[in-house]
Design a binder for this molecule. Structure first.
Ligand code: TTP
Ligand code: MG
Length: 359
């Protein structure tokens, strides 16, 4: 029995928590690219904004047009803020479950089969307790899906959002899946959906009954096998414990206090190489990178970035670290210490399975 939890409209919800007066209006978290105050894309938005057709990835200018005449708030993205909330939520979860596998900044699979002895009713009440604790401590709502395996649990959590709890028992799997379109399967994006459509497949049952050779022809063997299992509700991926290593970090004391990006980076290089080695030797990829700077008065400043896709490439580490420190140093004075943290770590084994097909 697996479960998944996803926080609702996460970045925008954090902004609402920090500024409750936003709650009744559309809130859009923006990645401004800087050229004009309309260039860039929407990272996410609250559900009020979604009523106007706003979506993640949409150009800010287009979102502004959709919301013309509406009192809406366009807010600059602040990764390190969301990362802090995320870490606190994951800590709450960790204390409530047998196994926790974090798969994104606002998403994790967890297993409570042992704690609930496989009983779905006990699992639902544990899920409700988890939702209540996250709401109580962080003022955040989330949606939880419970199912016999990861694929079904994921679709169950997407079924009712926001603030949902959807339980699909073994015997309910086929009834749950049959009315759903194929693109509701974890990993089927617009491109795959289009490809499937050319073969007359639009629903999950159509996908479940499609000849595997045909799927292999258009999608490759691995993805075809996955989709076959997923659409039949028979995936058997275990929930992996990402609990042992959830983050890797190094912090160093600079030779002298400085404000210079190149100087900070040069001194950090050995630490970056060490982090890279630790990643590779543990077979891990990271998705979040944070730059940490400690000022002369011991104040801690951080800047974080979530990558599109997980990586373990050294060149990316160096380039992103430099970018983050440039942004951080633009806001603060001289640094005494500097460090880097990698989080949202994923197993490479995992890469070859479910998570490979997402995002
Ligand atoms: P999601 O969980 O996909 O989206 P969400 O939490 O905003 O909304 P939902 O209620 O549907 O779960 O992604 C988590 C965060 O990741 C999201 O709050 C912002 C960020 N994100 C982007 O920056 N760009 C994107 O294209 C997507 C999909 C998410
Ligand atoms: Mg979410």
């Amino acid at each position: 029995m697996s479960r998944i939890i996803g926080l609702d409209y996460f970045y925008a919800q954090v902004e609402e928590v920090e500024n409750p007066s936003l709650k009744d209006r559309p809130v859009l978290v923006c990645v401004f690219s800087g050229r004009t105050d309309e260039s860039g894309v929407i990272s996410t938005s609250n559900y009020k904004a979604r009523e106007y057709g706003v979506k993640s990835g949409m150009p800010i200018a287009l979102a502004k047009r959709r919301l013309e005449g509406v009192q809406a708030s366009f807010i600059k993205i602040d990764h390190s803020k969301y990362e802090t909330y995320s870490q606190r939520v994951m800590e709450i979860l960790r204390s409530e479950v047998d196994t926790l596998e974090q798969t994104g900044i606002d998403e994790a699979f967890f297993d409570i089969t042992k704690r609930t002895e496989g009983d779905y009713r006990a699992a639902s009440s544990t899920a409700l307790e988890i939702k209540a604790r996250i709401l109580d401590q962080e003022k955040l709502t989330c949606s939880i899906g419970i199912g016999p395996n990861k694929v079904v649990a994921k679709m169950a959590s997407d079924f009712k959002k926001p603030d949902g709890l959807t339980v699909v028992r073994d015997r309910e799997v086929s009834a749950f899946l049959s009315p759903l379109p194929a693109d509701r399967i974890y990993g089927v994006g617009p491109k795959t959906a289009k490809l499937l459509q050319t073969r007359g497949i639009t629903t999950i049952p159509e996908l479940a009954h499609a000849p595997t050779e045909m799927l292999e022809d258009i999608l490759g063997k691995k993805f075809a096998v996955y989709l076959h299992n997923a659409s039949n509700g028979t995936d058997d991926e275990p929930v992996l414990d990402s609990g042992e290593v959830t983050q890797l970090s190094r912090i160093i004391t600079l030779k002298h206090d400085t404000h210079d990006v190149d100087e900070v980076l040069t001194e950090l290089l050995p630490a970056l190489r060490d982090l890279h080695e630790r990643l590779v030797s543990r077979n891990l990829f990271f998705r979040n990178l944070s730059a940490m700077g400690i000022g002369k008065n011991l104040s801690l400043h951080t800047k974080s970035r979530t990558l599109e896709t997980p990586t373990n490439e050294y060149s990316v580490i160096e380039k992103e670290t430099k970018g983050l420190f440039a942004a951080l140093l633009a806001e603060v004075g001289d640094l005494r210490r500097a460090g880097v943290r990698m989080s949202a770590l994923q197993d490479m084994v995992d890469q070859h399975s479910l998570t490979e097909f997402t995002r």
